[in-house]
Write a protein that binds this ligand. Structure first.
Ligand code: HEC
Ligand code: HEC
Ligand code: HEC
Ligand code: HEC
Length: 498
């Protein structure tokens, strides 16, 4: 129908003209409504960002200051202090892992983790837990020296980027841990992930940027969806302290699988410590949450950490992100069920089933790997030579690297069940191979009886077996808590840092 025909038709039947008019008017009205909602939404967003009560400048580590501008995010962030949730295996409570699994004391013999290791809690506890753990020792008490470098604070606080800016990145890393005690005082917060002017997500840790650079990738080109994971990848990754300067480095140059990173460590000749019993050159895995997550179904489909750990909330029509980072199983209706129609029970069971299966393997690995270390000690005690032991020590390094890689990433049984299972199975295989080889070495040195294990059935027994004087360590820490920490807090308060 051409325009002429339409005019003709309207002349003949005026009702057609009126109908067209009415349809157009309704359309205009609806468009007007839409425009109004858009303006309203704009105003709403603008009111969030423009009605700032305080103008936040530079690297502001004090979370309460940001709270004045963004009360909803701040209120939910405060809840990272809660210790009220336990799923079948994880949660936000404080668990003494060494007491639950004393074999781990033997696995870490000669390394500070054998003193003390507890399950992670919410972000609110990063500073408190770091000060209190026996792994940081009691520098200053009885003239004791630092056990750890400043690097250790890096994943704990928004005071870290501030200090890096003030004294320089390398200087910061190589400061003794305790020298920064009155500077690094605010728990993980807003300035770790946000630019204060634009509130855009931002990367504040140089190690992540440098790792991308070395792989020829430009992190500033990351999409928002990628950033919703990369902010977490500043800390929830595998890393090591490089060289004398203890420069925080991610070992991703050859890729980020278990094997890729092992090759990297081989090539740069890195060892975290020499095992006190077996003398194996050991690696301590950190927590490759990001690396493993990317290998699982959800990672492959482009989900980000925030999709499950920071679900959207709604309040008076305003949508915002829940900043209580924790287990998504606390409220499945706001996490999994935003995408899946399955029942809460089915979704939880799926998670638990994967965890149970992997824990079954883990519970096989830990005693066998601990036994292999103890057999290696027996081999040395019976006169085994360096040459005889060389292959076994490599196996022990590799077996433990695989075990640690999968257990230290607490969410991996769900994030990437197939890969985690593979890695755990590899660890069991290497542990058993090491035992077989050690059996032969012991035999060659006249030990023909079946190997008898010492009693390491409790944390205390295992710690006594590896020669730790826990009474002294605890007493020193007590004094550290009473004397040194209050001084740090006082100084931070006096300088308006809290
Ligand atoms: C600045 C470093 C840092 C950043 C950034 C960070 N985390 Fe953490 N996260 C930690 C540390 C350290 C702990 C352990 C705290 C403790 O036990 O004292 C932790 C603990 C957790 C826990 C366990 C807490 C619980 O109660 O179960 C979850 C879950 C978590 N982080 C998720 C995330 C997610 C998701 C992101 C990104 C949106 C993220 N984190 C960003 C350092 C960080
Ligand atoms: C571990 C990283 C992390 C920390 C710490 C963090 N945020 Fe966020 N924040 C995010 C992520 C991820 C988003 C979602 C961004 C998006 O999807 O656009 C977000 C979103 C926001 C938004 C945009 C509106 C919304 O809620 O989605 C505001 C405002 C905000 N955060 C404020 C804060 C404040 C205030 C603090 C400190 C109390 C804080 N954030 C701490 C990661 C973090
Ligand atoms: C598809 C949802 C989903 C995504 C996306 C996701 N996670 Fe998880 N995460 C889970 C579940 C489920 C658990 C297990 C919780 C439990 O057992 O209580 C978990 C556990 C964890 C834990 C251990 C919590 C604890 O209490 O110890 C950490 C840490 C963690 N995830 C970090 C991350 C990081 C970092 C990312 C992004 C790289 C990420 N998650 C992406 C669902 C997810
Ligand atoms: C933002 C959306 C989203 C959220 C939130 C989410 N998932 Fe998924 N999930 C997906 C997508 C996409 C897939 C891949 C679907 C496919 O390939 O057909 C998937 C796959 C799955 C599968 C199939 C597993 C497999 O290996 O193929 C299960 C089971 C599952 N999700 C459970 C969960 C649980 C439990 C949670 C909460 C802790 C969760 N999902 C949260 C989007 C989501």
């Amino acid at each position: 129908m051409r325009l002429n025909d339409i005019t003709e038709a309207i002349k003949e039947k005026p009702i057609i003209g009126w109908t067209i008019f009415a349809v157009v008017m309704v359309g205009v009205f609806l468009l007007g409504l839409l425009a109004a909602t858009i303006t309203e939404r704009r105003a709403e967003i603008a009111s969030i960002y423009n009605n700032k009560k305080v103008d936040i400048q530079g690297l502001e580590p004090r979370n309460r200051i940001w709270g004045d501008n963004y009360p909803r995010e701040y209120e939910t962030w405060l809840k990272t202090a809660n210790m009220d949730f336990k799923s079948k295996h994880l949660g936000n409570t404080f668990d003494d892992v060494l007491a639950e699994r004393p074999d781990m004391v033997v696995l870490w013999a000669g390394y500070a983790f054998s003193r003390d290791y507890s399950a992670p809690r919410g972000h609110m506890y990063t500073i408190e837990d770091m000060r209190n753990t026996l792994r940081t020792g009691s520098p200053g008490v009885d003239g004791q020296k630092d056990l750890q470098p400043g690097t250790c604070w890096t994943c704990k606080s928004p005071d870290v980027p501030r200090m890096m800016q003030e004294i320089g990145v390398s200087e910061y890393y190589k400061s003794p841990w305790s020298a920064l005690g009155d500077q690094i005082v605010n728990p993980i917060g807003c300035a770790d992930c946000h630019d204060p002017q634009t509130m855009n997500l931002t990367i504040t840790r140089p190690a992540l940027v440098e790792a991308f650079d070395r792989q020829g990738k430009d992190i500033s080109k990351a999409t928002l969806q990628e950033m919703r994971s990369l902010v977490c990848a500043q800390c929830h990754v595998e890393y090591y302290f490089k060289g004398e300067g203890k420069y925080l480095t991610f070992p991703w140059d050859d890729g980020s699988t278990l094997e890729d990173m092992e090759v990297y460590y081989e090539n740069v000749g890195f060892t975290d410590w020499t095992h006190a019993l077996s003398k194996a050159p050991m690696l301590k895995a950190q927590h490759p949450d990001y690396e493993l997550f990317k290998m699982g179904t959800h990672g492959q489909r482009g989900l980000s950490c925030a999709d499950c750990h920071m679900p959207y909330m709604a309040e008076g029509g305003i949508k915002y992100s829940d900043h209580q980072l924790m287990s998504p199983l606390k409220d499945v209706s706001r996490t999994c069920q935003t995408c899946h129609r399955d029942s809460e029970e089915a979704l939880k069971n799926y998670v638990y089933e994967h965890q149970d299966k992997i824990l079954e393997l883990r519970d096989r690995v830990e005693p066998e790997l601990a036994k292999a270390h103890i057999m290696a000690k027996a081999a040395w005690d019976n006169g085994a030579t360096e040459e005889e032991m060389a292959d076994v020590l490599k196996m022990l390094r590799s077996a433990q690297w695989a075990w640690d890689f999968s257990v230290a990433s607490h969410g991996s049984s769900f994030h990437a069940p197939v890969e985690t299972q593979r890695v755990m199975a590899k660890s069991l295989d290497k542990s058993m191979q090491a035992q077989l080889a050690l059996q032969r070495i012991l035999f060659n040195h006249g030990q023909t009886e079946e190997f008898v294990m010492p009693d390491i059935s409790t944390k205390a027994k295992a710690q006594a077996y590896i020669g730790l004087d826990m009474e002294k360590l605890n007493k020193d820490k007590e004094q550290f808590r009473e004397v040194v920490i209050p001084q740090w807090i006082q100084s931070a308060q006096a300088n308006n840092r809290l």
